[in-house]
Write a protein that binds this ligand. Structure first.
Ligand SMILES: Cc1cc2nc3c(=O)[nH]c(=O)nc-3n(C[C@H](O)[C@H](O)[C@H](O)COP(=O)(O)OP(=O)(O)OC[C@H]3O[C@@H](n4cnc5c(N)ncnc54)[C@H](O)[C@@H]3O)c2cc1C
Length: 507
């Protein structure tokens, strides 16, 4: 009896975006699902917190691939199938991005919509239209080819790929920089177009064209959205749907061990020594954590150990959350997002971002109530500079210095004084993010996607990367890489694969 109560068709570890969607997808298919979360709320990074009269989104700046009821994106279709679209209010953001540079004193604002984007680029960079049109054609083909790869679950027919997507096959191995150079896009247009590089955590010379094209095209053609009541609203809705359907969601239940028998998943043990059995696990946490800490090392195949040591950790995050006692109008700011770099050369800026006080950041800004606003400044760090330079003794001093530098950077770039309007401030560092999600070194964008270890190879290789039978990974460390939409879509994908595998289960 005891055994039956503790046995599940699937156990999902971690209630982040990917884990929530995976759990709900399988519960909707009638499976008995246990979702174990170490924290006390759902969502992982997709959460919010309150300070004084302000509620801050912990992470979400923009959700892409959502769209509108008239122009549905992939995430819209997913949420519709899960019955969520009428339960969450999304607000479209009517701009693509604004960039300000500190050293070269440039400023560009790009609108949403292909025509508008093209027109604005031509104004900033005369004679860029032909190469931009070429770029859009490539983006469209990339979009369709990726849809085909998803349909065929990483086993495409190469003849179909060659016939239907010949340009995709040509650009697939190359970086954004290589392809934009090849289509003779003027340098300034390339620089403006690659503004979003920091969202994917790799500079133009090593960022996959396919990865970047699929993201930027979605932002340009379909306005990004944010939920009216922060990303916590989405996480809460997903978790409620799951439990309303009978799913078992246990908070404050960190998994301390994954049980393996004969090379296959057998169950888990939680920190408080509860034991749950299953033949299928979907982990919404990093393979680093799973293979090095949660599984008896003798049961971890050498290939899995090699896999983990070959992956490079991606960007660490530094966030400054500001509650301002002035509205955006009073401050003289009218954009939602401000990308601030020293220059527009992403390769140079990527190197700069191996420095604690690099001053590059993305700021998002919204009115709160009538007379207040909320601003979030996010800066990225690459490499291990944080671990090298920050100690227990200097931690608070360093994090305040970094925050001060970020506020100063924003003010210098926009010529707007915000520090005098600060009513509440909270600073999150890689230490905060590591404690919150257990991700190694507090990385916020999963594994670094560069060179040959990029979106496409990850999707194609994924079927070969299951080193323990029926142990799947989803979310930001999954094959679709980091980001809200990637994590949601990957959660569904891994759930459907798991559902398929269950057909082979013996009683
Ligand atoms: C500051 C910031 C800004 C961002 N901005 C954007 C943005 O604008 N747009 C965008 O698309 N993406 C953005 N991202 C990235 C995005 O938030 C992530 O890619 C996405 O949320 C990852 O989801 P996930 O499924 O991997 O779950 P995670 O959020 O990584 O959650 C993992 C969950 O697992 C739980 N867990 C860990 N270990 C255990 C264990 N042993 N047992 C049980 N539970 C465990 C954790 O508590 C957590 O709840 C941002 C991230 C950050 C931090």
């Amino acid at each position: 009896m005891e055994e039956a109560n503790n046995t599940f068709d699937v156990i999902v570890i971690g209630a982040g975006n990917g884990g929530l969607v995976a759990a709900l997808t399988l519960q909707k298919k009638g499976k008995k699902v246990l979702l174990l979360e170490k924290g006390r709320v759902p969502g992982g990074f997709a959460s919010s917190f309150k300070r004084g009269r302000f509620e801050f989104d912990a992470s979400l700046h923009e959700l892409c691939e959502y769209g509108t009821p008239e122009n549905k994106g992939e995430v819209y279709y997913l949420f519709e199938s899960l019955g969520l679209t009428d339960k969450i209010t999304m607000i479209p953001i009517q701009e693509t991005f604004s960039i300000y540079t500190l050293d070269t004193h440039e400023q560009y604002t790009m609108p949403v919509g292909k025509e508008a984007f093209l027109g604005q680029m031509e104004k900033y960079v005369p004679n860029s239209t032909a190469s931009m049109l070429h770029f859009f054609d490539l983006c469209e083909e990339v979009k369709q080819a990726l849809a085909y790869l998803n349909e065929t679950k990483g086993h495409p027919d190469t003849n179909v790929l060659m016939e239907k997507f010949p340009n995709f096959m040509v650009v697939a191995p190359y970086s954004v920089q290589k392809v934009l150079e090849k289509i003779r896009m003027p340098i300034k247009a390339q620089e403006i177009l690659t503004t979003y590089w920091s969202y994917l955590g790799s500079p133009a010379e090593s960022l996959s064209f396919v990865h970047y094209a699929s993201m930027i095209y979605s932002y340009i053609t379909n306005a990004p959205v944010i939920p009216k009541n922060t990303s916590h609203e989405i996480s809460l809705t997903l978790s409620e749907e799951f439990t309303n359907l009978g799913g078992k969601l246990e908070y404050l239940s960190p998994v301390k061990e994954i049980l393996i028998e004969n090379g296959s998943v057998h169950g888990v043990i939680t920190e408080d020594n509860r034991r749950f059995l299953t033949k299928h696990i979907i982990a919404d946490i990093s393979p680093h954590e799973v293979y090095t800490k949660l599984i008896d090392q003798e049961k971890v195949p050498d290939k899995a150990k090699k896999f983990v040591s070959s992956r490079v950790l991606g960007a660490r995050g530094l966030c400054v959350y500001l509650g301002l006692n002035k509205s955006m109008e009073e401050l003289g700011l009218d954009r939602y997002s401000y990308f601030i770099y020293h220059t527009l050369n992403s390769n140079v800026e990527y190197k700069r971002m191996h420095n604690l006080y690099n001053g590059n950041l993305v700021a998002t800004l919204q009115n709160n109530h009538e007379d207040t606003s909320i601003m979030c400044l996010t800066s990225l760090l690459f490499g291990d500079v944080f671990d090298q330079e920050v100690t227990e003794e200097n931690y608070y001093e360093v994090k305040e210095k970094i925050a001060e530098n970020m506020v100063r950077s924003f003010e210098e770039a926009t010529h707007v004084n915000i520090h005098e309007a600060i009513e509440e401030i909270e600073i999150a560092t890689p230490v905060t993010f590591a404690r919150y999600t257990n991700h190694p070194d507090g990385v916020i964008y999963g594994y670094l996607a560069q060179g040959y270890d990029n979106l496409l190879p990850r999707i194609m290789n994924e079927p070969n990367e299951m080193y323990i039978k029926n142990l799947h990974f989803c979310g930001g460390f999954g094959s679709r890489l980091s980001g809200y939409s990637s994590a949601y879509l990957n959660g569904e994908q891994e759930a459907l694969k798991t559902f398929g595998e269950m057909k082979n289960d013996t009683i």
